[in-house]
Each structure stands twice: as C-alpha cells, then as structure tokens.
Design a protein around this ligand. Structure first.
Ligand SMILES: Cc1cc2nc3c(=O)[nH]c(=O)nc-3n(C[C@H](O)[C@H](O)[C@H](O)COP(=O)(O)OP(=O)(O)OC[C@H]3O[C@@H](n4cnc5c(N)ncnc54)[C@H](O)[C@@H]3O)c2cc1C
Length: 176
C-alpha cells in the first residue's frame, strides 16, 4: 500500500467508511486505492460497485452468472456517483465484504525515533516544522509523527517523541 493510517488497529472497511486519512503527507487517503467494492445490502443482495470505467468486464461478468444459474447473482454497478457514495458511507448502504485495491511494489521503511526528556525547546520546534514543510515541498515520502505530553512530568518537564519514517528501497515483490 502506498499509504496507511497513523495506526493499524482499525479494520480496512471501517477506515474506508469514515474517510480515514493516511499518514503520508504527499499521498491521498485509502479511498484512492479502491477499484472495486463487494457490498452486501438489504435482504442479502450482493453488489459489485465500481467507478464508471471500472475494472470488471461487464460482458464476462454477466456471462459468468448466465453460465452458473445456481449461484446468487452479484449485480455489477459501474457508476461514479454510486461508487463514491458507497466509498465513504458509514455502513449506510450495507456491509462492505471486500474491496479490490491498487497496490505498489513492497518497500522497506526506515524509522527514527527521537526522545526529548525535557520536552521541546523552541529551536527543536522550529526545525521540526521546517523539516515537515520542506519534505512536503520536495514531495518526499517522509512521515513525521509528533507526540507531545502536555502534562508536566517530574521537574516541570514534558517528555515528547518525534518519529520520522521514510521509504527506503523498493523491495522486489516475492512470488507467492
Ligand atoms: C489508534 C487509532 C489511530 C487512528 N489513526 C487515524 C489516522 O491516522 N487517521 C485518521 O483519519 N483516523 C485515524 N483514526 C480514526 C479511525 O481510522 C476511524 O475511527 C475508523 O473508522 C476506525 O475503524 P474501525 O474499524 O474501528 O471502524 P468502526 O469504528 O467499527 O466503524 C466505523 C464506521 O464504519 C462502518 N463500518 C465498519 N465496518 C464496515 C463494513 N465492513 N462495511 C460497511 N461499513 C462498515 C461502521 O458502521 C461505522 O459507521 C484512528 C483511530 C484509532 C483508534
């Protein structure tokens, strides 16, 4: 995947349905990766929903169900308005059973954690903000995650973390 949320505790369908944004500043959210959704709606009716220029071949899809009359037909909908409405819909249209997403070759991530036991001094704040703005301006794949503790700990200190994650080498995808 070319982007993820700041954590991985959410379900994919839950993150999709609420418009969860990703953690990589230069990439769009999860939704841009989705090419096709399999939705189970009222009374168990199943729909495959895609943008108008969807990835499923309509003729082959219909021919498959004509050749297999014992199977419950999955109705194919290829329509931009309906697709984008279902994409972020809080479960209002039914249960998203699966989604086909566009991925990219695997890559390694490098993560650097800096711990500031005394909290942030002004210079660190300025450097951090300018690093973030610079990396966005250069379209670099750097994710900055700032954890600032607002409560004094010990001698009026605010222990804080700064995590930087960047994409390293594109890893050759293994054949499974
Ligand atoms: C630790 C943590 C970190 C987070 N980080 C980020 C972040 O970096 N960026 C960000 O934008 N948000 C973030 N969030 C918010 C989080 O992504 C959303 O709240 C997300 O909706 C949670 O997903 P969930 O699987 O818990 O969904 P739920 O809370 O279970 O459901 C959310 C909505 O999706 C619907 N839904 C769930 N599953 C399906 C399904 N299969 N079919 C149809 N509808 C469904 C539900 O009906 C509900 O309306 C974070 C949340 C946590 C707890």
């Amino acid at each position: 995947m070319y982007n993820m949320g700041g954590a991985d505790v959410q379900s994919f369908a839950g993150a999709l349905s609420t418009g969860t944004h990703g953690s990589g500043g230069i990439h769009s959210a999860y939704h841009d990766m989705v090419r096709s959704i399999l939705l189970v709606a009222g009374e168990g009716k199943v729909y495959r929903i895609e943008p108008s220029k969807g990835i499923t071949d309509k003729v082959k899809h219909n021919r498959f169900y004509e050749g297999n009359p014992d199977l419950d037909k999955v109705e194919l909908i290829q329509d931009d308005d309906k697709f984008y409405a279902v994409l972020v819909s809080f479960g209002c249209f039914g249960v998203i059973y699966s989604a086909i997403i566009e991925t990219r070759p695997m890559s390694y991530l490098k993560k650097k954690n800096d711990y500031f036991s005394g909290g942030w001094d002004e210079a660190t704040i300025k450097t951090t903000i300018s690093d973030i703005v610079d990396s966005l301006r250069k379209s670099e794949e750097i994710f900055h995650y700032v954890q600032f503790n607002p409560y004094p700990f010990g001698k009026n200190e605010h222990p804080s973390y700064l995590t930087r994650t960047l994409t390293l080498v594109k890893k050759k995808t293994k054949e499974w």
